[in-house]
Design a protein. Sequence first.
Length: 159
Amino acid sequence: MKQSSKYLIGLALGLALVGIFLFLKYQPPQPDQTQIAAQLEVARAAGERRDVGAVMRIISEGYHDSTVPSPIQLRFLLNKVAQGDGSAKITQSIPVIALEGDTATSTSHLQIVTSPDGRMVYDHDVTMHWRREDGTKLLVVPIKVWRVVSADYGGFGFE
C-alpha cells in the first residue's frame, strides 16, 4: 500500500472519530426527570442482581446521610447485604421528582421481598437527594450526570 493511501486512511479514521465524538457530545440531552428516573431503574435492577458496583455508579463521591458517612461505608454495607442467601424481588413506585437547578429530590416507595419464601424485608418510602455532576459518556465524552448525594430511607438495612 502506498504511503499516501495510508495517510488518507488515517485522516479518514481521525475525521470519523472526531465526527462521532461531536455527535455524541452535542446530542440533545434527555429531560432531567427522565435521566433521574432511568438512574433509579438501573439501580433497582442492579439491586435485584446484587450488582453493588452498578448501584454505586449513581452515588456521588460526596455521598453521606444520617447513618452512612461516606460512599465507602455505603459500598461496604451494600456488599454485606448482597452476600445474603437467596434472591430478592425489588419493586419501586413511580418516583416523584422535584428539580431545583442543579439539585433534585426523588421520592418513591421501595419494597424488597425475599425469594422463595416471599418475606417482606424492606417496605419504606425513600427520598434521594440528587446533584448534577461531571461525568462521561462512553468513557470519553464529557457530560453532566445526576448522582445521589444523600438519602432518607426510613430505617437501614433489612428489618
